[in-house]
Design a protein around this ligand. Structure first.
Ligand code: BGC
Length: 459
């Protein structure tokens, strides 16, 4: 029961991630009406959150080690609240940017800390599912932001209200977290074994926790940054960094953050129908993520990942074609909408769910924190690059070539994933770690059975 409460708290952090990144798509259209903004300023308003998230994700490893997971989540709930207040009461664009950067730092720290906290308090058999639930929470947050955008779009000064709603989950996160215990694993790290034992008793609702506690103590190694860069870890670190890169350079957030703008370009001129179409995007994103969670452990990660990349590539090609031919004819406009939906569905059950799952699986235990925060940083960095350049690319090359570019990235992504991404389905994390230590190529680190030492390449 206590563990499920923890899931709900984690869901709030993921929800805030999705909400605060998604809300900008609608708010942007109204900020433009209130303040005179250039394309560069618009891109900055969208990407300021991402700048903050980059800083947040890089510092999250150290912060959580120093202050503990619980305190850090409490701190980010305050940052979410303060950032939201600043952004929604802002008298000018500069202040909006400050508020959004503050929210971004909270998102960056939260995108690492919340799943880490859950992974550390959850019983082993629930861990995989809970990691994917985090992605579900992100998509629910995005969907909620689209609904809020729609509800408030006719209200005077509505972008302020749109931002302000984010205070509700932020305060709920703070209150919820206040009552939750510190991670037993962090307590062990601090040598507070008695506290760790009491926490485990509370979480498991049982006094029989000695075995679990001694497992935690046994598996605990202090990670040094130099270890993350060790030769045997490099291949998986590169895999994590590349997956973060691919998740973003295939263009998902041009749709998530700019969907109403794209729909307007496609000829849905009034704001309300373009925001309404965006709600559809939010809903299919959630549904496809539920599909992914259901099938991840049944048909495996690779099949979903590779099929999704093909779907993303084809839908981007048809989107590009629709803009190339003449988007303003009635049918082509709907081809553009349909392509966008297929694209988001394909992303959700492939790169969307898979990035966060794989980065939590492929890194050896003693460097997991540091390696994860590097991979998460890569994701935020490329997210920033793509979101900060999308509108400029649209202006410079037109919509058709811009989407073609993302389609090419999908093809490269497919080739990379085909040769490099391991199937980790049904394999224990210990087995994966042992395969990495034995120098297996990354594509094979998910092998369930040990391969004889002699047949392995030298690490
Ligand atoms: C990505 C976000 C994206 C979201 C869309 C997440 O996995 O990291 O950048 O906005 O999926 O659902």
């Amino acid at each position: 029961m206590a563990v499920y409460l923890v899931c709900m708290i984690a869901a709030l952090a993921g929800l805030l991630f999705g909400f605060d990144t998604g809300i900008i798509s609608g708010a942007l259209l109204f900020i433009e009406q209130g303040f005179p903004v250039t394309t560069i300023i618009k891109e900055l308003i969208v990407s300021s959150v991402l700048l903050g998230a980059m800083v947040g994700s890089l510092s999250s490893g150290r912060l959580t080690d120093f202050y503990g997971r619980r305190k850090v989540i409490l701190i980010i709930s305050v940052m979410f609240t303060v950032g939201t207040l600043i952004a929604s009461l802002a008298p000018n664009v500069e202040t909006i940017l400050i508020g959004r950067i503050c929210i971004g730092v909270a998102i960056g720290i939260g995108s690492y800390t919340a799943p880490l906290y859950i992974a550390e308090v959850a019983p082993l058999k629930l861990r995989g599912g809970l990691v994917s639930l985090n992605q579900l929470a992100i998509t629910i947050g995005i969907m909620c932001s689209y609904f809020i955008n729609y509800i408030f779009h006719n209200t005077q000064g509505s972008w302020r209200l749109m931002f302000a709603i984010g205070i509700v989950p932020a305060i709920m996160l703070g209150i919820g977290m206040f009552f939750l215990p510190e991670s037993p694993r962090w307590l062990v790290k601090q040598n507070r074994l008695n506290d760790a034992k009491n926490t485990l008793r509370y979480l498991r609702k049982s006094d029989q926790v000695d075995e679990e506690l001694s497992e935690i103590v046994k598996s605990f190694h202090k990670a040094k940054l130099s270890e993350v860069l060790a030769k045997w870890i490099r291949p998986v670190l590169i895999l994590g960094i590349t997956l973060g890169f691919l998740q973003q350079v295939t263009g998902i957030n041009t749709i998530i953050y700019y969907a109403p703008t794209i729909f307007q370009l496609a000829g849905f001129e009034d704001t309300s129908s373009s925001i309404l179409a965006t709600i559809g995007i939010g809903v299919v994103n959630v549904l496809a993520t539920i599909f992914a969670i259901y099938y991840l452990d049944k048909i495996g990660r690779r099949v979903l990942l590779l099929t999704g990349l093909i779907g993303m590539c084809l839908s981007l090609l048809s989107l590009s074609l629709a803009f190339q031919v003449d988007i303003h004819t009635y049918y082509l406009r709907w081809v553009a909408v349909f392509s966008t939906f297929v694209y988001v569905i394909s992303f959700a059950f492939s790169l969307g769910a898979m990035l966060w799952l794989l980065v939590s699986e492929i890194f050896p235990l003693n460097v997991r924190g540091a390696a994860m925060s590097i991979a998460v940083f890569s994701c935020w960095f490329w997210n920033f690059v793509i979101s900060a350049t999308f509108l400029s690319l649209l202006n410079a090359m037109g919509a058709s070539s811009t989407f073609l570019l993302y389609a090419v990235m999908c093809i490269l992504g497919f080739i990379y994933c085909y040769y490099k991404v391991p199937e980790t389905n049904g394999v224990s994390l210990e087995q994966i770690e042992s395969n990495i230590r034995r120098g297996l190529p990354v594509r094979e680190i998910g092998q369930p059975v040990l391969v004889p030492e002699a047949s392995l390449k030298k690490a």
